[in-house]
Design a protein. Structure first.
Length: 335
């Protein structure tokens, strides 16, 4: 068993992704474990990020931001100052973070979310995913094949052109120079100069690529589904994206992936799919799933501790690598 259950925060923020953004939700779900809770029919949350075993944030519809400092046992509302649906979330430490969403909205905090300030993105496009690797350098993946970049913490943003017009869904960087982005219709690109240039890799134009993650500059994994959402697919690289190796089809579509510097990681998908890897995605093993349906968002801090949510907004957490799960409520407690 790993003794350190709180890995370096920079590694979590730089090298993992939980950036799948669902536009399709199951209409309703039931689970005997959760029968006493009454969340909304449709998940109001779009992304969660835990920076350690205690502190995390959830963002979602109507400018929603909630924070926990006790591992999800309780949540407090934070005022975002915007009405936009929020999709992307990236904290580099306990104080500094950024959120992005519809109509080009980008907001940031320097005090752990006690206050949020809007930044000028320079676009009205839907911003789906955001990744900062330090307090200065960050990127945003948008619809229409647009990537936004900053080198001053978001005081200014510049638009980076890519070789696609596809909707970009997930983004990963391991340094100020090396990054990757993926999206609909097989869009998969990488940069070796901070996004000044993006080059395209072709894996399968008949897939939507929902999530991408790198454990280091060489080892990465991208996950997706066919355009009809009938099966899932993984692709891995051991050379920084020069080449990609296709994995076997999975019965459920796959949507989210996280990789850590030790090459361990997680995949989430439809039908309660929870997969774990210890070899950068070359092989995956099933773990005990907390739900039997669509897992709409997740965040793990290592191979033991993590959280997942279903389409109705239920949250389940594990501290033993998915062997056991317990229920949490993401709704603020009334005094």
């Amino acid at each position: 068993m790993r003794k350190n259950l709180s890995p370096n925060l920079k590694d979590i923020t730089m090298r993992s992704t939980s950036l799948l953004l669902f536009l399709f939700f199951l209409p309703s779900c039931t689970n005997t474990i959760l029968h006493e809770q009454q969340p909304p029919v449709e998940n109001p949350f779009d992304l969660m990020q835990f920076v350690n075993a205690s502190t995390g944030w959830i963002v979602g519809k109507g400018g929603l931001i909630r924070k926990t400092t006790d591992g999800g046992a309780s949540w407090t509302e934070q005022y975002s100052g915007v009405p936009n649906q929020l999709f992307g979330l990236s904290f580099v430490d306990l104080s500094r973070g950024w959120v992005c969403g519809r109509e080009g909205v980008i907001i940031n905090t320097t005090d752990g979310g006690a206050s949020w300030m809007r930044q000028k993105s320079g676009t009205m496009r839907l911003c789906k995913a955001i990744r900062f690797i330090d307090p200065l350098h960050g990127w945003v993946a948008c619809e229409g094949g647009i990537v936004l970049a900053t080198t001053d913490g978001g005081s200014t943003w510049t638009i980076q052109a890519t070789e696609t017009t596809s909707s970009l869904c997930s983004i990963a960087f391991t340094s100020t120079q090396y990054g990757w982005v993926c999206g609909s219709n097989g869009a998969l690109m990488r940069t070796t100069n901070g996004g000044a240039n993006w080059t395209t890799s072709i894996v399968d134009p008949n897939l939507n690529l929902w999530g991408i993650a790198f454990g280091d500059a060489l080892h990465g994994c991208v996950v997706g589904s066919d355009l009809e959402y009938t099966y899932g697919k993984t692709f891995t690289t051991t050379d920084g994206g020069d080449t990609w190796t296709a994995g076997q089809k999975s019965v459920p579509p796959l949507f989210m992936v996280q990789l850590f510097p030790d090459n361990s990681g997680w995949i989430m998908g439809r039908s309660g799919t929870v997969l774990k890897t210890f070899d950068a995605g070359n092989s995956w093993t099933h773990t005990n799933a907390p739900f039997s349906y669509w897992l709409s968002l997740s965040s793990f801090v290592d191979t033991k501790i993590g959280w997942v949510s279903d389409p109705s907004g239920h949250i389940m957490t594990t501290t033993n690598g998915g062997r056991d799960w317990s229920s949490q409520s993401p709704y603020p407690h009334n005094p």
